[in-house]
Design a binder for this molecule. Structure first.
Ligand SMILES: C[S@@+](CC[C@H](N)C(=O)[O-])C[C@H]1O[C@@H](n2cnc3c(N)ncnc32)[C@H](O)[C@@H]1O
Length: 195
């Protein structure tokens, strides 16, 4: 039986981050089955995010990655340009117990604190990825994790050039960073590490 697609309002009934993570994981988030989509967040964040670390995030949308990150880090600093999913943001804020700093603004001008890890999942275009990496990498001490590296590698949002060539150009021009690991199943994630 097809499950009901849940809405941002359903998040207001969640009483813990664990419960919210289960809600995303049950696939009804998408209104259809997308096997392993959220499992990839869990696998990658379990491996690269530390409970004692501060993490930054570009692109919040309905808070799926924010929820998975908040369960695995000390403090999360997120940038999101749109208030469309304000209800989702308010629901997560209530569960985050002061550990979530949400900034409404453009990631390309983010006033980043020094963080251990940065997760990038905003507009998937060459220009956006180039600007975000150039702007943020000096403030990141260990890992930059990229989302949708399989689905948006060659072709990005609006049929633009995808994020892949921007990542390759960044790595070629910035020897302080290297590719650490790539997770291929769609949507795909890539981890860059400071050398
Ligand atoms: C793919 S969604 C993020 C999904 C989210 N990480 C999750 O797991 O649910 C992309 C988000 O990036 C936001 N965004 C796009 N351009 C941005 C920018 N320049 N600065 C900050 N956020 C941006 C969009 O508004 C959208 O909510």
């Amino acid at each position: 039986m097809r499950k009901r697609k849940w809405t941002d309002d359903d998040m207001l009934d969640c009483e813990s981050l664990e419960e919210l993570e289960r809600l995303y994981g049950d696939q009804a988030y998408f209104g259809e089955v997308l096997d392993g989509y959220m499992d990839q967040y869990a696998e990658v964040f379990d491996n690269y995010v530390s409970k004692r670390a501060d993490v930054a995030e570009f692109g919040v949308h309905r808070c799926a990655s924010s929820t998975y990150l908040l369960r695995r880090c000390a403090n999360l600093h997120s940038w999101e340009i749109s208030r469309k999913h304000y209800t989702a943001h308010a629901a997560l804020m209530a569960l985050a117990e002061g550990r979530w700093n949400l900034h409404y603004g453009d990631s390309r001008g983010a006033n980043l604190p020094l963080v251990h890890t940065l997760f990038i999942d905003s507009a998937h275009t060459y220009d956006q990825m180039e600007a975000e990496l150039d702007h943020a990498h000096p403030r990141v001490s260990k890992y930059i994790i990229l989302h949708d590296t399989t689905t948006s590698w060659w072709i990005g949002h609006g049929h633009s050039i995808g994020i892949g060539p921007a990542v390759r150009d960044f790595l070629a021009a910035t020897p302080q960073w290297k590719e650490e690991e790539r997770f291929w199943p769609a949507p795909g994630m890539m981890v860059l590490s400071r050398v």
